[in-house]
Design a protein around this ligand. Sequence first.
Ligand SMILES: NC(=O)c1ccc[n+]([C@@H]2O[C@H](COP(=O)([O-])OP(=O)(O)OC[C@H]3O[C@@H](n4cnc5c(N)ncnc54)[C@H](O)[C@@H]3O)[C@@H](O)[C@H]2O)c1
Length: 259
Amino acid sequence: MSDLRGRTVLVTGAGSGIGRAIADRFAADGATVVCADINLESASATAAALREGGLEAFAVEVDIADENSVARLVSTVVDTTGRIDIVAANAGIMVEGDILSLSLDDWNRAMTVNATGAFLTARATLPYLMESGQGTLVFSASTVALAGMRGVAAYSAAKGAIAALTRQIAADYSDRGVRANAVAPGAVRTPLSESQFRARARDDAHFDELLEGVIARYPIRRWGESPEIAEVVHFLGTSRSAWMTGQVLPVDGGLLELR
Ligand SMILES: NC(=O)c1ccc[n+]([C@@H]2O[C@H](COP(=O)([O-])OP(=O)(O)OC[C@H]3O[C@@H](n4cnc5c(N)ncnc54)[C@H](O)[C@@H]3O)[C@@H](O)[C@H]2O)c1
């Protein structure tokens, strides 16, 4: 456990999957957690569940791909808590397709939400992270930022941009009190991954078969769970990782080691 009482943690994509688990993890240490999501209803559900457990959280609507929306989010957070100490820039979308099957719109959507969204979130929060003195940014990249996978060209390019951005922020801001790292999750059972395989599956049996096919490629023969990613985001976001910056850390059941 870390004592994060009095600290503000901003989590984007906190309405679902990994982001919800990240919000839970930081709130458990006493932080005030800002649950930000494009889906306000789901972000509010995450925050309400935390408050019911006696923890500190509130929800804010944001579209991370929209500069003005991100600016509004940051001013709401600072007006409410007076600070931002840890940012889990986690919101993202899956866009499937190889180069020849991707439209320009698909490409732009993948880049705008995933890569530009990470940039806008970092740029808007960095001044407050510097002010914090122990500011940290933790991005949600992916194993596809580090190794190829079939059929996800734009998503992979966007996650690669996030990995590079992580290193750049570390290079430019580590001597100003801000560390930047990223997690690179393998396959984690969330609405994002389930909808990806639902879209490919002919029927329920084929869906189960596709899920089994994923597991077969992992040395640890199972899907990852959101809290297992959140635990590493918490490690990278707190002083437990005080001498780490610029790292893109696989949390992937051994997938990348098997290649
Ligand atoms: N699930 C996996 O297997 C996996 C693997 C590697 C990386 N990731 C990454 O982890 C992150 C979380 O993924 P997840 O599986 O929990 O997905 P998810 O779909 O369950 O949750 C993503 C959340 O982000 C929100 N969101 C989407 N677009 C947004 C926007 N423009 N502005 C604000 N919020 C927005 C969604 O409403 C949703 O609540 C993503 O960046 C994803 O790319 C997931």
